[in-house]
Design a protein around this ligand. Structure first.
Ligand code: BG6
Ligand code: MG
Length: 221
């Protein structure tokens, strides 16, 4: 089973940072004078920072100059980092550490495949950075999910062909990217939303050792 490797998304899979993204984007929307709801926030999951601002401005039907957009991006990230800097290992989502321990015990390498430019900082905050075999984050990619670039670089870091890689993702765009890359996609979240995934679990506590053994032993599903 050592011919398999894992690629983890970060936001929504290892930690729930969507709530912090929401608060930071809401502050921008408030300042621009329109309502930004939690339902709106769903549209930003898995999406790059720049694209998130475009979506936000569309919601508010606001047009800004490139210079103003840059200022909003800087201000949003500053606010977001204020929340991230307070994060600790207690924010690792339930069941994640059990799965990571299982992988370590079985010598299965895992890398990160995230759209976030803050991924390294977040992993350090929650004390997981040293456990990853490699990190692919928003600074390393030029094309956003559902483009498979982030996961293909991840496979390269694992020294494995894409079909031997298993991706954990919470976003539709991420599951799509994994499938385009010819990887096994495991959705974390709602079954109907992530219907393109090969398997879906509400969270990591639902993933049994038996499932992991089966997953890692078999070739592509
Ligand atoms: C993704 C999140 O992981 O990273 C998105 O799901 C976020 O919501 C994106 O916009 C970019 O994050 P950052 O930290 O670079 O602003
Ligand atoms: Mg995610």
């Amino acid at each position: 089973m050592n011919d398999k490797g894992i690629i983890f998304d970060l936001d929504g899979v290892i930690v729930d940072t969507a709530k912090y993204h929401y608060l930071a984007w809401k502050k921008i929307a408030d300042a621009l004078g329109f309502e930004f709801t939690k339902a709106h926030n769903e549209l930003l999951k898995g999406v790059s920072r720049t694209r998130s601002l475009e979506i936000l401005l569309d919601i508010g039907k606001i047009t800004l100059s490139d210079n103003e957009k840059q200022k909003k991006l800087i201000s949003k990230n500053k606010d977001y980092l204020g929340y991230i800097e307070k994060m600790g290992a207690d924010e690792i989502l339930p069941g994640v550490l059990t799965v990571l321990d299982f992988l370590d015990e079985n010598n299965i390498h895992y890398v990160l495949g995230s759209a976030s430019k803050n991924a390294e900082l977040i992993l350090k905050q929650i004390n997981l950075h040293h456990r990853f075999f490699g990190i692919v984050d928003g600074n390393a990619v030029s094309k956003a999910k559902p483009d498979p670039e982030v996961f293909l670089i991840g496979a390269h870091k694992l020294h494995l062909p894409p079909e031997n890689c298993i991706v954990f993702e919470d976003a539709i765009a991420g599951v799509e990217a994994a499938k385009i890359a010819n990887m096994t996609a495991i959705g974390i979240g709602d079954k109907e939303t992530l219907s393109e995934a090969d398997f879906v679990f509400n969270d990591f506590t639902e993933i049994s050792e038996a499932f992991l053994y089966e997953l890692l032993d078999s070739t592509k599903y």
